[in-house]
Design a protein around this ligand. Structure first.
Ligand code: HEC
Length: 117
């Protein structure tokens, strides 16, 4: 075997290890981010139902909201909206959050709201 093919084999092996470990890391990171974002920027209103915000344990209230579809829920959370219950500020008032952060937080909230059903 030539020296060149040995180097090529070593490089391929490294690439495989890196690829597998980043695949394993990503799903759990995404879930953790949604919860962390919720706790930092959303639970302020949504844990206690401040200003008309739907509480996570209000399963019936959430069921009606979830019927609108995930896309609209995420859009409302990112852009903010005035509903009949109160005012949801854009990104919960934390404009440093990315759209993906807000989406992950909504997914976490919807999961938490449906977990008790
Ligand atoms: C200042 C208080 C406040 C904060 C902070 C807040 N919300 Fe809200 N949120 C509300 C209120 C009030 C409503 C209900 C509005 C209505 O339906 O009348 C609401 C509704 C929602 C809804 C339902 C949307 C719909 O279409 O029914 C989602 C989803 C949501 N918030 C996500 C979030 C996320 C994600 C965060 C954090 C990034 C967050 N909220 C932070 C007050 C807040």
């Amino acid at each position: 075997m030539t020296e060149r093919s040995l180097i090529a084999r070593a490089l391929r092996a490294t690439a495989t290890v890196v690829g597998v470990s980043s695949l394993l890391a990503s799903p759990s990171l995404a879930a953790a981010d949604g919860k962390a974002t919720y706790e930092a920027s959303c639970q302020l209103c949504h844990a206690a139902g401040v200003a008309g915000a739907p509480k996570l344990e209000d399963t019936e209230g959430w069921a009606a909201r979830i019927e609108q579809g995930m896309d609209l829920l995420v859009e409302h959370a990112i852009k903010g909206y005035q509903g009949s219950a109160g005012y949801m500020p854009p990104k919960g008032g934390n404009m440093s959050l990315s759209d993906e952060d807000v989406k992950a937080a909504v997914e976490y909230m919807v999961e938490a709201a449906t977990a008790t059903q």
